[in-house]
Design a protein around this ligand. Structure first.
Ligand SMILES: *Cc1c(COP(=O)(O)O)cnc(C)c1O
Length: 424
């Protein structure tokens, strides 16, 4: 008893809580890095009082950082009014949010929004719409072969069955096969392979292509603008839908409201865009916009739904997030601060950093050798949160409110990172 007490005493609060976490949580996420307590702006504190500069933002979620006063007030005010009403009723924030997102996406008259609660749900809704569209194509073309949905190698769209069917990484997908049939993977950035996939006469029509314009989970890899335009043209020629998954890239993060609005990512117009992560600044929310009336009409009553869809707490949080992004000019700030960050990293002259890539504040450092996990752990021990998204890549996705001073502080830590960290 005595020794056990002593041992317990030797453990930090963080370690004690992590042991408790381990005892009761499914092990799907691996061991959490720290137990966090509270944050303010771009900084967050763990249960032992250690402070961190957060350049991950809850994986590109906390657009306004932690505890932004406008966000806190909006959520608190809505909580005091009505936290949930179900879809037998509507709320004003939900309606205002849908109007606003359609406007920010530049979607045409007749476009409609469906709200869900996560990125996977947003894509699930988009894929269900694509399936309804596939049936329409079959009818129109009097073709009873199964329609297909194309996705890209290295793409990530979520962990639910439909989204997982479009998610490339074999270790994530294969244990759950068979999944939804008639999904095919096409090599990212290979325009010829995409044309071949469309032209595969023996197979059925292509109902949709789903893709990210910057493959986030794959290591922040932007698609070639020419490839993106080719996919758009092929979709037009073959009457297929183009679903752009902006769960990670959307809502200002890349220096545009949506990445599809960037010329250097193709500058195309999608048929469906999905969003989630950053939209409500930390409140779980996601959704999709279908462009135009005809497509939107496919989701007739009963075709899809969710108890929490369009929840007023999420809608209020999202409106406060969008208001603040607009008021503080955070979309153009993402562009300039992202450029400042990338230039600063290259100027560090740390031999560990081979290259830097990204758009706006969705960036990655390519490491000279595969030590990303050790690099992440080293940065954390030195007060900076970054993320190892593959063995050779560190992802940087700070809150959109990140200041030049924060970037300078992060650069100091990154500059000191030893180049001989152990490989994963
Ligand atoms: C995170 C992510 C998803 C999944 O979102 P969840 O909220 O985790 O379900 C889907 N697509 C992309 C591009 C993402 O980055």
């Amino acid at each position: 008893m005595h020794t056990e007490q002593q041992e317990r005493h030797a453990l930090t609060q963080d370690e004690q809580w992590l042991d408790a976490y381990d005892d009761v949580h499914m092990h799907v996420f691996g061991k959490p890095l720290r137990v966090l307590d509270h944050g303010e702006g771009t900084h967050v504190w763990d249960v032992d009082g250690n402070e961190y500069l957060d350049f991950l933002a809850g994986i590109a979620v906390n657009a306004l950082g932690y505890a932004h006063p406008a966000w806190v007030k909006a959520v608190a005010d809505q909580a005091a009014k009505a936290a949930h009403v179900s879809n037998y009723f509507a709320t004003v924030p939900q309606i205002e949010l849908a109007e606003r997102l359609i406007r920010l996406a530049g979607a045409p008259e007749g476009s409609h929004v469906y709200f869900g609660n996560s990125g996977a749900e947003a894509n699930e809704a988009a894929l269900k719409m694509a399936k309804l569209y596939g049936r329409l194509l079959q009818d129109r073309q009097a073709d009873d072969r199964p329609y297909r949905i194309l996705a890209l190698t290295h793409g990530f769209h979520g962990r639910t069955m439909g989204a997982l069917s479009a998610t490339w990484k074999p270790v994530i997908r294969e244990p759950f096969e068979p999944l939804v049939p008639n999904f095919e993977f096409v090599e990212a950035n290979d325009a010829e392979a995409m044309a071949d996939a469309f032209g595969d006469e023996a197979k059925g029509p292509v109902a949709a292509v789903i893709m990210e314009l910057i493959q986030g989970e794959a290591g922040v890899r932007p698609l070639d603008a020419d490839f993106v335009r080719t996919v758009r043209e092929l979709c037009d020629t073959h009457e297929a839908l183009l679903i752009v998954d902006e769960v990670q890239t959307g809502i200002g993060r890349t220096g545009a409201w949506f990445a599809f609005q960037r010329e250097d990512l193709g500058g195309i117009v999608p048929n469906i865009v999905t969003f989630a992560k950053g939209v409500a600044g930390g409140f779980p929310m996601g959704g999709m916009i279908s462009f135009g009336q005809e497509l939107s009409d496919l989701f007739s009553p009963g075709r899809h739904g969710s108890t929490f869809a369009g929840n007023p707490m999420g809608a209020a949080a999202a409106l406060a997030t969008l208001d603040t992004i607009e008021r503080e000019g955070l979309v153009s700030a993402a562009e300039t601060r992202g450029a400042y960050l990338r230039q600063g990293i290259m100027a560090l002259d740390n031999t560990l950093f081979r290259a830097v890539r990204g758009r706006g504040l969705l960036d990655a450092i390519e490491l000279a050798h595969p030590c990303a996990h050790a690099a992440m752990a080293w940065a954390l021990d030195h007060g900076l949160i970054v993320n190892a998204c593959d063995p050779s890549t560190l992802r940087l996705a700070p809150p959109l409110v990140v200041s030049p001073q924060d970037i300078d502080d992060a650069l100091i830590i990154l500059g000191q990172m030893p180049s001989d960290l152990p490989d994963d």
